[in-house]
Design a protein around this ligand. Structure first.
Ligand code: PLP
Length: 415
């Protein structure tokens, strides 16, 4: 019997992409005992009870079937109303919004519907781990725009302008940013929008962290002059409403393009799960006060985390959004991977090496502060001890962070 050589059978594009640097690292984490994980980009809160309850009720009533490919019309209507209220941008829920299996699927569909072989996609770096692989799997070519701590990890219009070639088709934006927590100011976004219009670029804007913004108001790219028609707006429920496991997101944009994405979606996914869509509907209708309380908690932890890193002698810029800090660890003399690996081994604290998000993340680690204050206090005690052993002098001698106990009142259940 001849043996099948599977390596020859696998699409070279798939062979060319590495497994996620986060996954690789987390395989190590699961094998280590007593680990405090500040690695996963996931709220520590359980989905609010009213959302879970409404979903249980929908199951009791027998909502267990497919929805239309585009998703529940009522959910698309409340999303349209939410975007109109928040950003004053109007989408027709019948033709301009598609419900997807998380932002992950929306991103994949957008890239597949947009790209032809060789099309270039501009991606600010460090970048979320899926952007380059989704681009490559769709035949595109990622072109990274490096950002650094000197400019608070923001891209500039000048950088975008200089990166454009005759093959550039798409600018893929993510602010507030994963992994850095960076946000953009409106003025720079307006300049970038002008460039997008001048070069007829499509902007795919991943706004999954739009509600987790702590320094001023978030500017939605699609709301800027000339941008509605050329922006594919992606958003979802995973982060703001603590709903990662429900797998619901959406894309909003030009009806012809949403139609094209829906074609791929109907053949590959059919529809997002109805249970998740029911839950998302309740979250958007009645979940705003609870979501704002969670954001307040993240903001308090953010302030304490940044202060703690600075006190212990690790430079850390102030992230304006998401729930990540991105301290510079190169002062310890270790690379990102060495730092994360040795911290895990010696102190059982898991963080993600910055180079998992691209070359410009080297020298940094991503630390999620979507963890309980108790865990954060203990983790920072351990990190401070670890870097003191590496000869870094604390700025504040008694540097050991204390994360204030959060009132249980009005706070969601945690696991
Ligand atoms: N986009 C960014 C920037 C993310 O950080 C994540 C998850 O970490 C996703 C998309 C995926 O989100 P979803 O759970 O909606 O698929």
């Amino acid at each position: 019997m001849t043996r099948t050589n599977w390596t020859n059978r696998i699409n070279p594009a798939v062979q060319s992409i590495p497994p996620s640097g986060i996954r690789k690292f987390f395989d190590m984490v699961t094998e280590t005992k007593g680990v405090i994980s500040l690695g996963v980009g996931e709220p520590d809160f359980v989905t609010p009870w009213h959302v879970r309850e409404s979903c249980i009720y929908s199951l009791e009533k027998g909502y267990t079937m497919y929805t239309s490919n585009a998703g529940l019309l009522e959910l698309r209507q409340v999303i349209a109303a939410d975007l109109a209220n928040t950003y004053n941008i109007k989408y027709n829920p019948r033709s301009q919004i598609l419900i997807t299996v998380g932002v992950s699927e929306a991103l994949d569909l957008a890239m597949r519907a947009l790209l032809c072989p060789g099309d270039e996609v501009l991606i600010p770096e460090p970048s979320y781990v899926s952007y380059a692989p989704c681009t490559v799997l769709s035949g595109g070519v990622p072109v990274f725009i490096p950002t650094g701590m000197d400019k608070d990890f923001r891209i500039t219009a000048d950088q975008v302008q200089k990166s454009i070639t005759s093959r550039t088709r798409v600018l893929l934006m993510c602010y507030p940013n994963n992994p850095t927590g960076a946000i953009m100011d409106r003025e720079e976004l307006e300049k970038i929008a002008e460039i997008a219009v001048a070069h007829d670029l499509v902007v795919v804007s991943d706004e999954i962290y739009d509600r987790l913004t702590y320094l001023g108001q978030h500017t939605c790219l699609a709301s800027l002059p000339g941008m509605w028609e050329r922006t594919v707006l992606l958003n979802g429920f995973s982060k703001a409403y603590a709903m990662t496991g429900w797998r619901v997101g959406y894309a909003a944009g030009n009806p012809d393009f949403i139609d094209a994405m829906t074609k791929i979606h109907q053949y590959s996914m059919l529809c997002a799960p109805i249970t998740g869509q029911m839950a998302a509907l309740e979250a958007l209708k009645n979940g705003q006060p609870g979501m704002r309380r969670m954001v307040e908690h993240y903001n308090r932890r953010r302030n304490m985390v940044v202060q703690a890193f600075q006190d212990m002698g690790l430079p850390c810029f102030e992230p304006g959004g998401a729930f990540y800090a991105f301290p510079q660890v190169s002062v310890t003399g270790l690379s990102s991977e060495q730092f994360a690996g040795e911290l895990l081994k010696e102190e059982q604290v898991a963080v993600v090496p910055g180079n998992a998000f691209g070359q410009s993340g080297e020298g940094f680690v991503r630390v999620s502060y979507a963890a309980s204050p108790d865990e954060l206090s203990e983790a920072f005690r351990r990190i401070a001890r670890f870097i003191r052993r590496r000869g870094v002098r604390p700025r504040v001698i008694s540097a050991s962070a204390k994360f204030s106990v959060e009132s249980k009142e009005g706070i969601y259940q945690t696991v």
